[in-house]
Ligand binder design. Sequence first.
Ligand code: NAD
Length: 525
Amino acid sequence: MAQTMPVRSSGAELVSRNPATGEEIGRAPQTMPEEVARAVGRAREAQPEWSKRRFSERGRLIMKARKIILNEMEEIALLISRETGKPVSEAFSMELATTLDLMQYFARKAASLLSPRRISVGQYALMGRSSYEIYKPLGVVGIISPWNFPWATPLDEVVMALLAGNTVVLKPSELTPLTGLKIKDVFDRAGLADGVLEVVTGDGSTGAALVGAGVDKIIFTGSVATGKRVAEAAAKYLTPVVLELGGKDPMIVLDDANIPNAARGAIWGAFANSGQCCAAVERCYVHESIAERFITEVVTETKRLRQSIGTEQTADVGAMTSERQLLAVQRHVDEAIDKGATALTGGDRVPDSAGPFFEPTVLVNVNHDMDVMRDETFGPVLPIMTFKTDEEAVRLANDSIYGLTASVWTGNIARGRRLAERIDAGTVMINEVLYTHGIASTPWGGVKQSGLGHTHGRRGLLELVSARHIHVNRLSFLPDLWWFGYTPEAGRLFRGFARRFASGSIFQAMLLLPQMIRRLTERRP
Ligand code: NAD
């Protein structure tokens, strides 16, 4: 039954195949380390010129690329679907619509989000001091991305990095190189100068070469294991990294939740993109008083899903992106069933399917001794457990090494917020799942082993610049009170600094003014 995995790489070439059919879609080079270094060199050369452009000019270029994408979105959605196996509908709703939104948002907003910011210096203002922060591009940013959102993940990061004045070298996943090359094609035709965006296709060795090629920052999205390897390699050069890693995201359904809507949210959160979403609902906790109704609803809705090749318009669930990923999912499900779990629907690969199609699966009788409740499954599996109290729900949700997103479902928003604020995750949604990566203005990033740093929002943009502090002394004709010429009078003033100036109170600081004036007029020994 298990078919052999399509060959993805041959010699110096990657062969891209549609996982649903095995059909070859195209080929891309396996970029060697020397060529990665040359790409970084070209990006380095192009960067000063690119960073001199005004935000409005850079924004216009992004909007030109956006127009090309709009004109070609049918073709792009088809490519995404063929390279990943996901439904074309999801290529539109989860990848194209979201990036088109992000492009216009940051093209309009980057200038104001990165405009110089005044920093209050408190009582130092009494001495004519002021401070502000400016934001300069980092230089060359290396972006390494996975296959599950091969368009949205890298393109969002490319757009933000370029708008901030950096040049970029992108290494897309070896499973989806053609989508990565399409991003380059769009920007080339929009008129981006040579070197401003380089794309190097290849496997992990190409990614490792990029980390070692002297870029100024790495934005890595992928698994925890690879993320740790990237961080370790980057530490050798003190190259800063943003790590957007895996998750085991919990969904808590409280006793006052809207049951039909929570059930539909759960299955979309768990099965969209065949569950291959970093923020997928990977564990569900439902209050025992509504568990039976909720689970019945979940199973009924799951059985209504249509699973087929993603290019068919009515496909709800497509193929998984690789046989390897399907086998990882099967292992989690089998282990759970061996330990006592029950599959109320699904539980296996789709019989007689040509590609890696896994049935949307609902598991009950699960517990935290099972891998399916502890490790990232990254497949169409929804394990459901019950709880008795809000306290227990929070404890179960936080019993994980991951912390990417989480959700709380309730009719009482105040209660939802109280719980949401106690959950250890980068994003906690109330009556929502999965989708906030699609909002350009909100920060995205995990806690615990789900990663470091952010993409999206102002926080994400700040990851792509170097913040510099500028400090001004307007009283340029006066020496500082703490400079040399230490006398008993100076000693008294310094004690006053410790007692009053450092109190943070302007009033206390002003009490020192007579002493300060005396110190300024004091004859130096
Ligand atoms: P992966 O870690 O196997 O690969 C990610 C990328 O890293 C690929 O481009 C790969 O070629 C490259 N790579 C591999 N070895 C490398 C090395 N030594 N040095 C540098 N680069 C190397 O991950 P994947 O299987 O492609 O993606 C799935 C994972 O990504 C899941 O864990 C998922 O949760 C995570 N993910 C996280 C987010 C997020 O925003 N947090 C988003 C999407 C996916």
